[in-house]
Design a protein around this ligand. Structure first.
Ligand SMILES: [Zn+2]
Length: 281
């Protein structure tokens, strides 16, 4: 089996990775890569959402994958999550930053709030959640996000003048519809603070591949059950996200620049001692 901790070029041959850090996000993120080129990658789980764009950020090899496809053809429940994460690992990626639009379940976080969730509740129903369909392979998921990248990201955001929510529980719903008021009130009543449609199974599939995964969440709306919320609309989500995109992109670039060269977190070791039914790329 390949060494799980060290990047390899996977199916592309050669010894240096095409990229070691990836951004999985909306199409507005393309412009941050220098000397960008596209790489078509196939996987045992089909093709990813789009070809992966690889390039440089401050001398580091970085990949970008638009999770919905560049023409936004995949709604949240149809995104090829398994292919996306597998493809990124196969070109050498070991750390993933995942900018995402979320709703707020609390009046404390209005539109424009930046949040780094530290917990996740899975309310999805129809999505493939695992690479390990045979044998006993149960990865730890008590803390779904990389603690090291999260803390670098929070510190970098503060340096840039954001006032980020440095914790929070993201509930991921199946979609593509938004929540009813009753659902939204129920989620808020549990103490959950953020709501989205794409954070899962992205997070668990990254964990199953021993990758570092960090959600960078931007609040675009207040969900239906929160007192101030009139019920979310798609127009509202797109408008707020577009209005913050330049600043969010600058933040992601600075987070990449601030990451230590090597991983210093538990993520590379989550599969130690587990007998995997498949060989990872
Ligand atoms: Zn990590």
């Amino acid at each position: 089996m390949a060494d799980l901790a060290e990047p390899s070029r996977g199916g592309h041959g050669g010894s240096s990775p095409l990229a070691s850090i990836a951004v999985v996000g909306g199409s507005g993120f393309y412009e941050f890569l220098e000397d960008a080129e596209e790489v078509a990658v196939d996987t045992p789980f089909g093709a990813p959402s789009d070809p992966i764009t690889v390039g440089e950020v401050a001398g580091r090899r970085v990949a970008f994958l638009p999770r919905h496809g560049r023409d936004h053809r995949f709604p949240p429940h149809k995104i090829p999550y398994r292919a996306n994460l597998w493809a990124l690992r196969s070109i050498g990626v070991r750390r993933i930053l995942a900018p995402t639009a979320v709703g707020s379940l609390t009046h404390l976080y209005g539109p424009g709030t930046l949040a780094f969730p530290d917990q996740l509740v899975d309310r999805t129903r129809t999505r493939e959640q695992t690479y390990y369909d045979q044998g006993a392979c149960h990865v730890p998921f008590a803390d779904p996000y990389c603690p090291s990248v999260r803390s670098v990201a929070i510190a970098t955001a503060r340096e840039q003048g954001w006032v980020p929510a440095s914790s929070g529980t993201l509930v991921v719903i199946e979609g593509p519809r938004f929540s009813t008021r009753a659902e939204s009130r129920w989620y808020a009543g549990q103490g959950w603070t953020l709501i989205g449609m794409t954070g899962q199974p992205e997070a668990v599939l990254a964990r199953e591949l021993a990758l570092c995964y960090t959600a960078v969440a931007l609040v675009t709306d207040t969900d239906a059950g929160v007192e101030e919320g009139e019920g979310v609309t798609q127009d509202e989500v797109l408008r707020v996200f577009a209005g913050n995109l330049t600043r969010l992109r600058a933040l992601v670039v600075d987070i990449i620049k601030s990451l230590p060269a090597d991983r210093d977190c538990p993520c590379p070791h989550v599969l130690d001692g587990i007998d995997l039914p498949i060989t990872l790329p």
